[in-house]
Design a protein around this ligand. Structure first.
Ligand SMILES: Cc1cc2nc3c(=O)[nH]c(=O)nc-3n(C[C@H](O)[C@H](O)[C@H](O)COP(=O)(O)O)c2cc1C
Length: 362
């Protein structure tokens, strides 16, 4: 496979492990992927809660982000470590970016909204800044905004509609032919060429070596894979979550929207995830004690979480995802997010086994 070059870094195997919050992609998974020659990515989501619980002492967000990056860099055999910081996590966005740069992370990968001001938060030094987009239009917008801040993306991730987690498409556009990953790719490559010809990494629906070869033939410089790494030994998902992924069939994997994520983006889940079932039947009383995903109130201030007020339009994503990685499973029901390729996952594997399969010549 072709080496992936991003900023001043060479990545031997052009595979980025997708950031998976909350608590799925932590230092163990990221360092295992980096050790195999890909980019291992931790998720910044709720790291303050996760580390406070792990070490039985209070961590604020800044300190937690630095600590998790330090662990990811020192735990395995070295390699390239990134951090996924979602724009939707407004409460901690800036402090996460500063902590990641201060700790010398190799890449900040940012989506779940448009990271329009990312280069202005702090001087990134050697850290690569990589936006996630789902259309050429959003990439163009980001490039224009970033140029005004004196910066161009070091790479971008194009995430198509088959991905796990939040989707960057309107619900009615998800199944459109023009939005298939392979159809979006040439247009996104055009925009990348216009702004310095940075690498384009394709994500959403990539599972095996054939998928990687096919999308790279169409011009992708690398791939990002989330679901393939979700049911690994090294992932932070609970055993029940991993089993649910192994057992998932195509008809059980749906896009949740009203009830959906309180940030308003469509969100792919396993249909019988307990938190989703409760939201559908309105069993769970609306409450939110987290405040990570905030939307604007009538004064334009980020203060609101819809899942706190009602249970008809949204489910409590933060508590549901924390429960899926075992942090509050005694009090909250889990919410299982997956990509469509979950239907192809039929056993729990180690990261090393997956890389062996991906690198086998056929
Ligand atoms: C369990 C899970 C959690 C995810 N969490 C995040 C996240 O916190 N931030 C983000 O930008 N993308 C997130 N994603 C998307 C992945 O990083 C990746 O881009 C996507 O899953 C690629 O599609 P695939 O699952 O078909 O490989 C998540 C995906 C999964 C499966």
């Amino acid at each position: 496979m072709k080496i992936l070059k991003i900023k001043n870094k060479e990545i031997k195997i052009p595979v980025v492990q997708g950031g998976m919050g909350i608590g799925v992609s932590l230092y163990r998974l990221a360092s295992a992927v980096a050790s195999e020659g890909g980019i291992g990515v931790i998720s910044s989501a709720a790291l303050d809660i996760i580390l406070s619980k792990r070490y039985s002492k209070k961590f604020d967000n800044y300190t937690a982000v630095r600590k998790e990056i330090e662990l990811a860099k020192s735990y395995g055999k070295g390699g390239c470590i990134g951090i996924n910081i979602m724009v939707a996590l407004q409460k901690d966005y800036e402090s996460s970016v500063k902590a990641a740069v201060d700790e010398g992370v190799d890449a900040i990968i940012s989506g779940g909204g448009l990271p329009l001001n990312l280069p202005s938060i702090t001087d990134p030094h050697d850290t690569a800044l990589i936006p996630i987009v789902s259309s050429p239009r959003s990439l163009e917008l980001i490039c224009k905004k970033w140029e005004k801040q004196g910066y161009r993306p070091d790479a971008c991730i194009l995430e198509g509609p088959l991905a796990g987690g939040h989707l960057g498409f309107k619900i009615e556009d998800i199944d459109k032919e023009e939005n298939k990953l392979e159809n979006l790719l040439p247009m996104v490559k055009e925009v990348a060429k216009k702004y310095g010809d940075f690498p384009v990494i394709a994500a959403g629906g990539i599972y095996d070596r054939t998928d990687i070869k096919n999308i790279m033939k169409l011009g992708a410089d690398g791939v990002q894979m989330g679901t393939r790494f979700l049911a690994t030994e090294e992932s932070g998902a609970s055993f029940e979550y991993k089993q649910a992924v192994v057992n998932a069939k195509r008809e059980n994997i749906i896009v949740a929207y009203k009830p959906g994520s309180p940030c308003g983006l469509p969100f792919r889940v396993i249909k019988n995830s307990p938190m989703y079932v409760s939201a559908l039947s309105r069993i769970r009383k609306p409450k939110c004690n987290m405040g990570y995903v905030l939307t604007k109130d009538e004064n334009g201030k980020l203060t609101k979480c819809d899942a706190k007020e009602e249970n008809y339009q949204s489910f409590c994503i933060c508590n549901g995802l924390l429960s899926s990685s075992g942090y509050n499973s005694d009090t909250e029901e889990p919410l299982y997010t997956v990509g469509v390729v979950a239907e192809r996952v039929n056993k729990i594997q180690t990261v090393s086994e997956i890389f062996k399969e991906l690198c086998l010549e056929n």
